[in-house]
Write a protein of this length. Sequence first.
Length: 295
Amino acid sequence: MNRFRFGDSEESTSDFDEDTSGLPFPEPLSRSSFLASDFDAANYLSSLRNRHQSLEDLRQELRNLDQLLSKELLDLVNENYQDFLSLGPALQGGEEKVEGVRVGLLAFQRDIQTIRDKVEARRKEVEQLLGEKRQLRGDANIGKALLDFVDRVEELEQRLMIGDSAARPQEDCADDLDSESDFLDSESDESDEESPANKSAAPSVSLKRLEHHIQKYVYLTKLSTRIGDEHPFLVGQQPRVTKIRSTVLLDLKTALEQAKHAGGKQDRKTLEVLRLYNLMGEDTSAVSALKNLKT
């Protein structure tokens, strides 16, 4: 029989019989070797190189060890089988405990849902209050804009001397007259070049003062658009705004007629008046005024 000896690289043949009667009998395989956490089969087999044992004998010994372990496991299960069977009756009455736990969990779930509902209600309340706050802030801003609008309308009426504001006491107009004196002085040189007949026909219109009025009027229109032209308060103020517009257009028409008699400055003053028409957004009125002027 051919035998393989661990630790050697030689294999006996039929013409060479090795006498193994004098070799030590190998010790049984230790169970503790298989229980190591870092057990590796290849490393374990390589550690058996000093065992004078055939490979088939080693395989048979491993099979016997496996059978022995299986038998011990079966005996252990049989030995504790009665205890395993008695585990069910030992747990009798556990249904009540499980039911108690289930009821407790349901109560806890209801409490959580109640808290969640309160938080959700509070969130909606806060969201509603924030919406009301935004609405109030918007209403306050609109109120400020409306007050600004009516103040500017009254100021323009005072400067143009129209409406009820034209009848205010003289001392209330003193500041406005002083602020406009520079505009009047700037036009004094131009008015000196006009013919005496034109001076007696109508007072000279200050283009700088007129431009100042137009700028205020344009701001009024933009403010009205920003607030909303359909706002009831603005609708109530519309007749006053219309009267301001008509007065400014009348001043522009007068300034255009006076530019016709400005001599060498006629073209320059005419272009300046047309620029004021354009600033006011009244190009159509400018064309109509020019046609009437030529006729």
